[in-house]
Write a protein that binds this ligand. Sequence first.
Ligand code: GTP
Ligand code: MG
Length: 203
Amino acid sequence: MLKYKIVLAGSKDVGKSSLIARFCDNVFHEKTMSTIGVAFKRKKVKVNDNISIELHIWDFGGEEKYRTLFPSYCNGASAALILYDITDKESLNDVKNWVKIIDKNAIEKVIKILIGTKIDLEDQRVISVEEAKKASQKFDCLGDPLETSSKTGENVEKAFLKVSKEIIKQNLQYCKNCQEFYIKNLKFCNYCGAKSELEPVPL
Ligand SMILES: Nc1nc2c(ncn2[C@@H]2O[C@H](COP(=O)(O)OP(=O)(O)OP(=O)(O)O)[C@@H](O)[C@H]2O)c(=O)[nH]1
Ligand SMILES: [Mg+2]
């Protein structure tokens, strides 16, 4: 099983740990403990009938005092989910700080995806979809931001599926000869030995 590291970033209380808890364990808690330092979870994602990957998900405490830990963990990450809370203006302003750290510390290009949280609190929304779209473009994140709710579960699976598909697109190729998936920079399929033709993975 191919394993990929992803990191979750974003201000304190945006809902990083809650998003992971909903995705990995299908639970939600109204009261949570702030993440102290770093936390880690694994989860298998079935992208389609032929391909599954294992995500190694790193969760960071959003409090200022833990930010010094974040740069070294960006190393080797295939993707970063950067979260903002649709009810908290400051959390979108903070996105630029996370992006700066990610871009500076990643050895290879990291896929960045902007994720809005807490859409069940629509009546308290202060960040418009348009505003978030602009931020996503400005910070070179993938596509439009996805808005989620860890409370209802809305779009949570979709967010991790989006990141998984993009990881596969960027890292794997498809062998027409034996229908296996293998690492992109290889010149020959490491299952059947056929010459690579740079076939994108059919997703
Ligand atoms: N209504 C609602 N509340 C949410 C949602 N996601 C998280 N929360 C609440 O927001 C608070 C903070 O959530 P956490 O997941 O602990 O936030 P965090 O980003 O991990 O915070 P730190 O670890 O301190 O950086 C908790 O009270 C959660 O219940 C959501 O989708 N909807
Ligand atoms: Mg947390």
